[in-house]
Design a protein around this ligand. Structure first.
Ligand code: GLU
Length: 304
């Protein structure tokens, strides 16, 4: 370490000719209107220094990256018995698949597919009157940015077109795997997905995962064992159906979203966020993956 900005600048100049690569998410209509020619990276070291390049201060829709904050908050408020309702295995199917859920009696494979995050949101409903604000407050506190908010247009678009998420939620409710009513849980879930923030905000907000659970204010928010568990879930389940490819090429625990963002951590060293809206066929940012691969190659360090 010590050459972080130089490495980010190198990555930017090596990839800038590819900006705009990939396909925009179109199943949430508003996301397909985002200009594709954007690319940013931000990195925060465990000692508190931040670095950035490109569009690293531009806000974007975090989408499924929110599942990481939902899980973290749920783990702050619940003990180990939550796992009888959500598994810890990669799904091997798409993030919003119904088929597996039926075969497995309404118990989602992991907290990072939609069904699993909906169950985790249901947990939060046990602890918070407004889980949507609880997640937002958590993100604001960890990133140190109180202006982070939900994009109402994205929220409305998700709610209007979220038929599969409604199907997943009703299905789990029929198996007794949701305690709260579907509308309440999904309103919170869509709210979490519609949060907008920048790469810099994200790199700061996930810093606790690289610092053994030490939060933005220097106090412990999750114990080391829980942090290891969250990071292990990121490695095995955080990148849709590309978990193997991410481990092979990047070698960091990561979580991606269909807004084109990816966060990653090298425990004990740094947290990183990349963003470029064009996605590959698995729903991961095309350029984001390349950037992270270059990052771990240039730093010559991964979790392996
Ligand atoms: N809000 C999206 C959905 O529920 C999240 C998709 C994603 O980023 O994986 O379908």
């Amino acid at each position: 370490m010590g050459n972080e900005q130089k490495i980010l600048d190198e990555i930017y100049s090596e990839l800038k000719g590819l900006i705009g690569a990939g396909e925009l998410a179109n199943y949430i209509p508003v996301l397909s209107q985002v200009p594709a020619d954007q690319f940013g990276i931000a990195l925060k070291t465990v000692s508190g220094e931040s670095f950035g390049v490109g569009d690293y201060q531009t806000s974007f829709s975090i989408q499924s990256i929110s599942k990481l904050f939902v899980l973290s908050l749920a783990m702050m408020h619940t003990d180990s018995d939550r796992w009888h309702r959500v598994g810890r295995e990669p799904s091997g199917t798409s993030f919003n698949s119904l088929v597996q859920l039926e075969q497995e009696n309404g118990r989602p494979r992991n907290p990072f597919i939609n069904a699993g995050a909906i169950v985790m949101t249901d947990y939060l409903c046990d602890f918070f009157d407004c889980p949507r604000n609880a997640v937002l407050d958590f993100i604001r506190a960890q990133s140190g940015n109180d202006s982070i908010n939900i994009n109402q247009e994205v929220f409305d678009s998700e709610q209007a077109t979220g038929h599969r998420n409604y199907a997943l939620a009703h299905f789990m409710k029929s198996y007794g795997n949701l305690n709260h009513d579907v509308e309440t849980v999904l309103k919170a879930y869509f709210g979490h997905c519609s949060i907008e923030m920048s790469c810099l905000d994200l790199a700061c907000a996930v810093s606790f995962l690289s610092r053994e659970g030490i939060g933005n204010d220097g106090k412990s928010i999750l114990d080391k064992s829980k942090i290891r568990r969250i990071n292990s879930l990121m490695l095995t389940c955080g990148a849709y159906d590309n978990a193997g490819e991410f481990a092979f090429r990047i070698g960091l625990p990561t979580k991606s979203g269909v807004g084109g963002g990816i966060v990653g951590v090298l425990p004990g060293s740094y947290s990183v966020a990349v963003w470029s809206p064009g996605l590959n066929s698995a729903g991961n940012s095309e350029l984001g993956m390349k950037a992270l691969e270059l990052l771990t190659t240039k730093f010559d360090a991964s979790i392996f």
